[in-house]
Design a binder for this molecule. Sequence first.
Ligand code: EPU
Length: 419
Amino acid sequence: MEKLIIKGGRRLAGEIRVSGAKNSALPILASSLLSQGPLRIGNLPHLHDITTTMELLGQMGLTLTVGDNLEVEVDSATISQFLAPYELVKTMRASILVLGPLLARFGKAEVSLPGGCAIGTRPVDMHLQALAAMGAKIEVEGGYIRATASGLKGADIVFDAVTVTGTENLLMAACLADGVTTLTNAAKEPEVVDLANCLRSMGAIISGEGTNVIQIQGVKSLKGTSYNILPDRIETGTYLTAVAMTGGRVKLKDTRPDLLGAVLTKLEEAGAVVSTGDDWIELEMDPADLKAVNIQTGPYPRFPTDMQAQFTALNCIAGGTGAIQESVFENRFMHVQELRRMGADVRVEGNIVFTSGVEKLTGAPLMATDLRASASLVLAGLVGCGETIVDRIYHIDRGYETIEEKLTNLGADIRRVPR
Ligand code: EPU
C-alpha cells in the first residue's frame, strides 16, 4: 500500500487547476444507462471512484471509449447485465446510483446492498421506498437489492430527510417514468443541479433543481449528448484550507466560487483574505492571524460535511477554541484520534468536535480511514513539525486527483512512496 511522506512547515504559494467534481461525475456516469445514444462526458476527474464506476458499467456490457483530454464516451446499446456486484459496491457505495436508471429503462436491477462505512451506517432505505412508490417491486435478499418494474409511474415523493444520491437516483428514474414525479425535500447540492442539466441536455423535462422541490415530466426516451462536469467544490475547499493553515498565497483556477459560499465565509472568519472571479479563487493568509471557527455542517447551501475534517485540522492549530457540529453523518470523526497523535488538543462529545488550538503539531505516522479524514491528515502534515507519514492513501486517491503533484506545485514537501 502506498504512503504519503510529508515534511511540514512550508508556506504554500502559486496556482493550481481544480479537477471535475467526483460527486457529479458518479451520477452522470450512471445516467449513461438512460440514453439511447452515447453520452460523452468531459472534465472527468482522474480518480479511483471514477475508474470503479467505469469498471462497473463495463461489466454490465456498456461500451466505454476513453478519449484525450479527460473525456469518456459511454454507450449503453451493448448492455448485457443488470447487476452491480458486492465486490464493486463494497469499495464504492455510489454504485447504488445505477439502481434508478436500470429500473427506469430496463425494468430490472440487482444491486448489492451497501454496508455501513467508516463515516456511519448510511442506509439506502429512502431510495428504495421512493422507487417502490413509483411502482417498483423491491426485495432485499442475500445482501442484494432485487428490483423489477413494468414501467415506473410518476409519483409524489417526500423524502424524510435530505439525501443527495437518493435525490439523484429518483431524478434519473423519473425521467423515463410515465407521468409527472415531484421530489419534495430534495437535495439542493450543486452536483444534483449538474446531473439535472446533463439529463436535460439528453431531452429530459425537469424543473426546480437547486430548490427543495424538483418536478420531472417523464419522457419515452432520452438521447445521447456531450456534457462537461462542473468543478469540484470540495477539492477547492480542501486546498484553500491547506493554505489557510500553512500561510501563503494561492490561486485556484477552473473552479466555481459561487458554490462555496459557506466555506469561504468560514475561511474569512478564520482570518484568510479571499478574492474571487467568475472561475477562480485566491486566498492569502498570514498564519499569525489564524483563528478557530465554530461550524455546524448541513445539506447545501449549509457548510458541507465533506469539509468538516479539514476544518477540524485547521482549528487544531488556530488561536482560541472551536466547536464543529457534524449534523449529516453520525460517526464522521475517525481523523480526531489521528490528530491527537500529532499533539492536537481535540475531543469529540456527542456529534461535536471541540478543539483548543496548540502552537504546533508534531509529525507522526498516521492511518487514513476515509476520504475526507485522510485529506485532513495531509493538511495537518503540511503544518506539522518534522515528518508525517500517511498510510492507506488509497482513500485519498478515491477523491483527490494527484494530490501530491498539486501540493508540490504549491511548494509543499510531499512525496508518494510504495509500501
Ligand atoms: N440516509 C438515510 N437513508 C437513505 C439515505 C441517506 O438514512 O436512504 C442518511 C445517511 O445515512 C446520512 C444522511 O441521510 O446520515 C445524508 O446522506 P446522503 O444520502 O445525502 O449521502 P450520500 O448521498 O450517500 C453524498 C456524497 C457524500 C456526501 C453526502 C452528504 C456522493 C457520491 N456522495 O453521499 O460524499 O458526504 O452526500 O453531502 O455524492 C465524499 O465525497 O467524501 C462523500 C462521502
